[in-house]
Ligand binder design. Structure first.
Ligand code: NDP
Length: 247
């Protein structure tokens, strides 16, 4: 039977856990062939094995532009032209600003900003070729509610997310006339490994305690929103998805 994403070729960065993993699974379930990009080879290979022939695991550090370029060539030669890119890989290193943890600031800027820029740079030519040929071309950026809601300790994370939300709007202005759809996703608190990677012990524990008292979204909830948005007819452009837990 016909599936909503039959014939589509997708790339998901940060596909080894959380939102990226759930998105890769959902896109494949909807008929797309999917390349899973992340650093943890064991994770993406295991996930690709559960998806089957429609999945390709590629060990890629998105802070390395050369690895992204190589991945773009590999995906295209394996599956054909890429018409759906989900720039999702990110890290949230919360800490008191006054501690001035420049290494952590640099990590967030490198991955959440430069990593997204380089992901777009590597795949944009292919997306625009698809669009020019009258085929679907979707760029999905996974930003955060942190782009518009500001909390203590989230300063530099918010800088990165406000930055990529602005990028999404700017790319839309630059390329919408060429048929590229750009969807910016701003999820609220979502169950994933994100918080467990916070390096500041006290703030990691504080955030975990706060999350335990909430009813967060599941990674699959964000995956569903993304899959639904990109499955719309070519005349429909879902530009922003702000997804909150209900309570
Ligand atoms: P996870 O920590 O579960 O996932 C992060 C993903 O990014 C992993 O697959 C990780 O894989 C990958 N990644 C990290 N560094 C790199 C790198 N250098 N190169 C390639 N991949 C990398 O967290 P989430 O699923 O929650 O996060 C996904 C996105 O969603 C992030 O951009 C995050 O900011 C955003 N978000 C999350 C929210 C939440 O509440 N969870 C809310 C709003 C936005 P690996 O380590 O194997 O490389």
């Amino acid at each position: 039977s016909l599936k909503p994403l039959d014939g589509r070729v997708a790339v998901v960065t940060g596909a080894s856990s959380g939102i990226g993993a759930a998105t890769a699974v959902r896109l494949a379930a909807d008929g797309a062939r999917v390349a899973l990009l992340a650093r943890r080879t064991d994770r993406i290979e295991a996930l690709a094995a559960t998806i089957g022939d429609a999945a390709l695991a590629l060990t890629v550090d998105v802070t390395d532009p050369g690895e992204l370029d190589a991945a773009a060539r590999t995906v295209t030669s394996t599956f054909g032209p890429v018409d759906l890119v989900v720039a999702n890989a990110g890290v949230m290193l919360i800490a008191p600003f006054a501690e001035g943890r420049r290494d952590e600031w640099q990590q967030m800027l490198s991955l959440n900003v430069m990593g997204v820029l380089d992901t777009v740079r590597a795949f944009l030519p292919g997306l625009l070729e698809n669009a020019a040929a009258g085929r679907t071309a979707d760029l999905v950026i996974v930003s955060s509610l942190g782009a518009r809601q500001f909390s203590p300790g989230f300063g530099v994370y918010s800088v990165t997310k406000a930055g990529v939300s602005a990028l999404a709007a700017s790319l839309r202005a630059e390329f919408a006339g060429q048929g590229l759809r750009v969807t910016n996703v701003e999820p609220g608190v979502t169950d994933s490994e994100l918080g467990s990677k916070i390096l500041h012990d006290e703030w990691r524990e504080m955030l975990a305690a706060r999350k335990a008292g909430m009813n967060p979204l599941a990674a699959e909830d964000i995956a569903d929103a993304i899959a639904d948005a990109v499955a719309r007819g070519r005349n429909v452009h879902i530009r922003e998805l702000i997804v909150h837990p209900t309570s």
